[in-house]
Ligand binder design. Structure first.
Ligand code: NAD
Length: 363
């Protein structure tokens, strides 16, 4: 019988609306928040879709800021705050992936304005109270209730345009949130259920989307999975996986989703050695053991497998290992430098993750 450990479960108060066309409800949601003027946020690449959302806002639309950028640079936030003041907006509507959501959170953290988020990737940031920001090449992360968006409108139609490569890496990024949820120190049975359901949805949807990126059922299911996985990240503490990705992203300015995708099998295998029972539901979904199963899944999806593919050089791995062990997040397996350096070496080369044989030796 599975042991029920003591737990505390708290979940965010965000309102979530899921369904095709739900972006058209942005105006109703802005009004329901008691706001009267919305500044729409996006990246330069997503200006057209954001303009359409802004048009539908009618008189509630106060303007559009299209400068969102990856890793939420504070300099961009400064310009967006000027746009917020100039437009006299009292809320933001963020239309885009994690970068755009991050900008909305950064604005809310500084002004308290409410946020409506219309996500277009599987990053999951819209359901967490976590904000990562960069200044002078340094990424810092903080949490707070004022950061959590009030309303999320999940409209799978907006993900139809997500390129296959980003569909795959963003989906694996979402899966990494769920994986950390199953072994989190502050996990709960509810978060484990959500994590497993989210992983199952993405395990079904991602191969279908690689075959046919416009498959509406696949798009719906992937976004549903991403919501669940993001919610798990929002409810539990991050561990070794996110620590390594933040270290790599901050120190070497690597693309977010790709970095998560490459590291996921390795960090799961690393933890699985110490707490295999926590990873059993993941192993059952992906076959064999969880780390190898996730590596096989990423290979099937033709996801990037090596840090070298992202331009990381072998001599940079020592610095990353130093940084990641200097101030580690809690991990079920103690984060010791030699094992971490070995993990990074495998991820750099694109090798399968380290695994133990039946006698517990590294194989
Ligand atoms: P992103 O938002 O940077 O998007 C990547 C690119 O894809 C952008 O050019 C964007 O315009 C484009 N794009 C997005 N959706 C599209 C679509 N449907 N069709 C066509 N193009 C589209 O990438 P991301 O991976 O979603 O977000 C990464 C950022 O989110 C990082 O800064 C990361 O730190 C942050 N993040 C934060 C959290 C959190 O909880 N705080 C969680 C996950 C990610």
């Amino acid at each position: 019988m599975i042991r029920v450990r003591p737990f505390t479960h708290t979940s965010g108060p965000a309102r979530v609306v899921f369904g095709r066309g739900s972006r058209h409800r942005a105006g109703d949601e802005v009004r329901a928040l008691g706001a009267t003027r919305a500044l729409v946020l996006c990246t330069p690449q997503q200006r057209t879709v954001a303009e359409r959302v802004a048009e539908r806002l009618g008189g509630l639309g106060a303007g559009l800021f299209d400068g969102a950028a990856m890793h939420t640079p504070v300099e961009v936030t400064g310009r967006a705050l000027d746009a917020l003041a100039d437009s006299r907006a009292d809320c933001v509507v963020a239309v885009g992936g994690g970068s755009t959501t991050g900008l909305g959170k950064a604005i809310a953290a500084r002004t308290g304005v409410p946020q409506v988020v219309v996500p277009t990737t599987y990053a999951g940031s819209e359901v967490t109270s976590i904000l990562g920001e960069t200044e002078k090449g340094l990424k810092t992360t903080r949490r707070g209730p004022e950061i959590l968006p009030e309303v999320v409108l999940y409209d799978p139609e907006l993900t139809d345009t997500l390129p296959v490569a980003l569909t795959v890496t963003s989906g694996l990024n979402a899966m990494a949130h769920a994986a950390e949820g199953v072994y989190a120190r502050d996990g709960s049975p509810i978060f484990t259920l959500m994590a497993v359901e989210g992983l199952r949805a993405l395990r079904e949807a991602l191969p279908a989307l690689v075959r046919d990126p416009a498959d509406p059922s696949g798009r719906d299911r992937a976004l549903y999975g991403a919501w669940l996985c993001g919610t798990v990240l929002g409810g539990v503490g991050m561990s070794i996986h996110h620590k390594l990705c933040h270290t790599l992203g901050g120190a070497l300015d690597l693309p977010h989703a790709e970095t998560h995708a490459i590291l996921l099998p390795h960090t799961v295998a690393f933890v699985e050695e110490t707490v295999p029972e926590a990873l059993t539901p993941v192993a059952e979904l992906f076959g064999g053991n969880a780390g190898q199963g996730l590596h096989d899944f990423a290979t099937l999806l033709r996801a990037p497998l090596s840090l070298a593919q992202l331009g990381v050089t072998e001599d940079e791995l020592d610095r990353v290992a130093d940084l990641a062990t200097a101030d580690p997040y809690w991990s079920p397996r103690p984060v010791e430098r030699p094992a971490l350096r070995e993990l990074l070496q495998r991820a750099w080369k694109g090798d399968p993750p380290a695994r133990t044989d039946d006698e517990g030796r590294l194989a």
